[in-house]
Every structure is written in C-alpha cells, then in structure tokens.
Design a protein around this ligand. Structure first.
Ligand code: 5GP
Length: 176
C-alpha cells in the first residue's frame, strides 16, 4: 500500500493554473493509479475512525472533486451521500449561501430536504485553501440544523490557515 509520503510525492503541481500566482495541486495524478486510489480511501477511512467521526448519517461532498471522494467513503461508512453544488444545478427547493473562493466568488446550494434536523454529517472535499468553501458549507448545513461532526480533505494548504474560517473541526491527510 502507498504511504502518505508516497501519495504526497505523486501529487503534480501546476504553476499559474487556473490563473497567475496560483499553484494548482492536481489530485488526479494520484487517483489514476489503482493502488494509490485504494490507499487514499483506506487512509481517509482510518483517519475518520481514529477521530471517531465514523458514526454519521450523511457524507456531504462539494462539487466537483468532493463528488469523487465522498461517495467512495459513504459506501465504506454505511452513510448516504449528499451533494453541495454551484447555484442553479440542483432541482427542487434549495438553500443557498454566497462565498469567496481562493480565486473567485460563487454561490453554493443544497437541497433543503436532503438532510433531516439533527442528522450527523461529515463533509468531504479534495482540498482546503482559504477555507471559504468549507466555511460556507458548514454554515449552510447548520442552517438545516444538521450536526457537522467535521470536515476531512485530502490536501490542506496550511500557510493559508483556512481551517480558521470553518466553524467545525477540519482534518487533512496531506499538508503542503
Ligand atoms: P477554498 O474555498 O478553501 O479557498 O478552496 C478550496 C476549493 O477550491 C476546493 O473545492 C478545491 O477543489 C478548489 N481548489 C482550490 N485550489 C485548488 C488546488 O490547488 N487544487 C485543487 N485540486 N483544488 C483546488
């Protein structure tokens, strides 16, 4: 199995993508390798169990790369999967929140009936940078009276201290 340092070494970095001054960390360079993909999921499950975050009803994944990891983890944890998407892409009554990303601002939405009051939720994304996306997500979930046990990401850009902008515990597998 791949270790965390093997995984970190495999992440390809693209300077000036999607705009100048941003170093984009590409998780697809690890997901395309079958052994690495399995290790990512196994290591995330081990971390969730160690944190005692495994007793959840729902795993929430953020569009788009959170949609890859969240359902794989939901199957392992016997939880459901609920998407948070950019505005205008989910049918039915949605709750929305405006947020600022590392390189743009946007609006996130969740279907109002997707989570019941008091349900335990774990939030998954590929990466935390400024924490804008996860911070907005936690606010949105708290507005539905969900209990956010925590947020787990594959990569954390730790100089940005994004977890300070999130009103829930944030954990990561790999830090840059
Ligand atoms: P934040 O809201 O924490 O500033 O930015 C995190 C969000 O932007 C995540 O949803 C993530 O997918 C995306 N993102 C920002 N920078 C990167 C990057 O370098 N690599 C990847 N894979 N995603 C990024």
């Amino acid at each position: 199995d791949s270790t965390l340092s093997d995984l970190k070494d495999k992440i390809k970095s693209y300077p000036d993508f999607p705009k100048e001054g941003i170093i984009f960390r590409d998780i697809f360079s690890i997901l395309r390798d079958p052994a690495c993909l399995k290790s990512v999921i196994d290591l995330m499950v081990a971390k969730i169990e160690k944190l005692k975050w495994n007793d959840v009803d729902v795993i929430v994944g953020l569009e788009s790369r959170g949609f890859i990891l969240a359902p794989l983890l939901a199957v392992k944890l016997n939880a459901g999967f609920v998407p948070i998407r950019k505005k205008g892409r989910l049918p039915g009554v949605c709750k929305e929140i405006a947020y600022t990303l590392e390189y743009r601002s946007d609006v996130l939405e969740i279907q109002e009936d997707s989570i019941n009051q008091g349900q335990r939720v774990l939030v998954i994304d590929d990466l935390i940078a400024t924490g804008g996306s996860l911070g907005a997500t936690c606010k949105l979930l708290k507005g539905l009276d969900a209990k956010v046990v925590g947020c787990l990401v594959l990569l954390e850009l730790d100089q940005l201290e994004g977890s300070k902008n999130v009103d829930a515990p944030v954990e990561s597998l790999i830090t840059f």
